[in-house]
Design a protein around this ligand. Structure first.
Ligand SMILES: N[C@@H](CCC(=O)N[C@@H](CS)C(=O)NCC(=O)O)C(=O)O
Length: 342
């Protein structure tokens, strides 16, 4: 009876959170294997992160994280379906079970990680909030933005961080909030707002979509910490570990010089014991994660190591031209660091 009562209490709490079913350990992997694909929540369309290409395929680093999970689980990076979500609807989509993982430029904060029945599996991209302005405004620092009208996206960490920054610096501003990044960008272009604010990576992405990108400049200040990463439902440690270790595998592969080009040769002939363990040539480290022996080989062969995925989607050869910066590996001037596979 007591057990029944506590079960009912948990069910009520779960219903309040919008959870359709219990996220017990193993439930997500079982469900994913049964349906044969990973359902992945991504953004409405942010170049570099997740955006449909000319053929309608969703491309970007957030999308590739989901492809890597599919490669680990199925040995096939194409076994993924995408749900495009705006900022406001993203958490409900994960809580309700509509998506298995949310990989959508989402900032890891304590309230999201503890109070929403969700848990962050790692950091795909270390970001921070900045400001995009028309050069005509003649402003070179955020401190000169007193009295500005600022376009902000609803349901984001940006709303609170911008308000904190202006208050702390004794500056006034008028916010205009929108549900999508396209609406905010259009309002910047039409002059309805003086400034567009969001995570800096997204400012570069949004600027690349404007009719005259070179008319706009990103101001030098970074006013917050926005560690962006994949999120899963709390209570399913098995699935949490799979997503977390998929990301770690991509980072470790880069650190060890294992790329999509050499991974198969390395898996057969490496003399490096760390590489042998990671690629399943020595031991079976995938087993503990309920993954096949060659899970890392498939991730790297089909999707790439972290550095390859970064460069392909965000790097110098892309319209975004983002530096690795904080997202370089820890032994190369950045803070990206993954625990070892062993
Ligand atoms: N990282 C922040 C901001 C995320 C966010 O949604 N940013 C907007 C501003 S660019 C966005 O991605 N919009 C694209 C969309 O609506 O799909 C958060 O987690 O709250």
């Amino acid at each position: 009876m007591k057990m029944l009562k506590s079960t009912l209490a948990v069910m009520t709490a779960a219903a309040a959170l919008g959870l359709s079913s219990f996220a017990h350990a193993g439930a997500t992997l079982d469900a994913v294997q049964k349906k044969g694909f990973v359902q992945c929540g991504v953004s409405d369309g942010l170049p570099g992160f997740s955006v449909p290409d000319a053929k309608g395929t969703i491309v970007g680093i957030d999308a590739d994280v989901c492809r890597a999970v599919a490669a680990a689980v199925f040995g096939d990076a194409t076994k993924v379906k995408f749900s495009q979500l705006n900022a406001k609807e993203r958490f409900t989509a994960l809580q309700s079970g509509e998506v298995d993982v949310l990989s959508r430029n989402t900032t890891w904060t304590s309230s999201r990680d503890s109070g929403m029945g969700l848990v962050f599996a790692g950091v795909t991209y270390y970001d921070g909030i900045g400001f995009l302005v028309n050069k005509k405004l003649g402003v070179s620092s955020a401190k000169e933005l007193d009295g500005a009208t600022i376009c902000i996206q609803a349901g984001t960490t940006t709303e609170l961080n911008v308000s904190d920054y202006f208050r702390a610096n004794g500056l006034k501003y008028t916010p205009i909030t929108f549900d999508t990044s396209d609406e905010s960008a259009k309002s910047l272009e039409s002059g309805r707002c003086d400034v567009l604010t969001s995570d800096k990576s997204q400012l570069y992405a949004q600027r690349s979509k404007l009719a005259a990108p070179t008319d706009y400049v990103v101001l030098p200040e970074t006013i917050s910490k926005e560690p962006l990463g994949p999120v899963v439902r709390k209570g399913d440690e098995e699935w949490f570990s799979i997503v977390k270790w998929t990301l770690f595998a991509m980072l470790n592969a880069e650190e060890m010089g294992v790329t999509s080009k050499n991974v198969e040769a390395e898996a057969k002939g490496t003399k490096n014991p760390d590489v042998a363990r990671m690629l399943g040539a020595d031991g079976e480290y995938g087993k503990d994660l309920k993954l096949p022996k060659d899970w890392v080989v498939q991730i790297v062969k089909q999707v790439g190591n972290y550095g390859e995925v970064f460069e392909k989607n965000l790097g110098k050869a892309t319209p975004l031209q983002i530096d690795r910066g904080l997202n370089a590996l820890w032994n190369n001037g950045g803070i990206q660091y993954a625990p070892p596979v062993r």
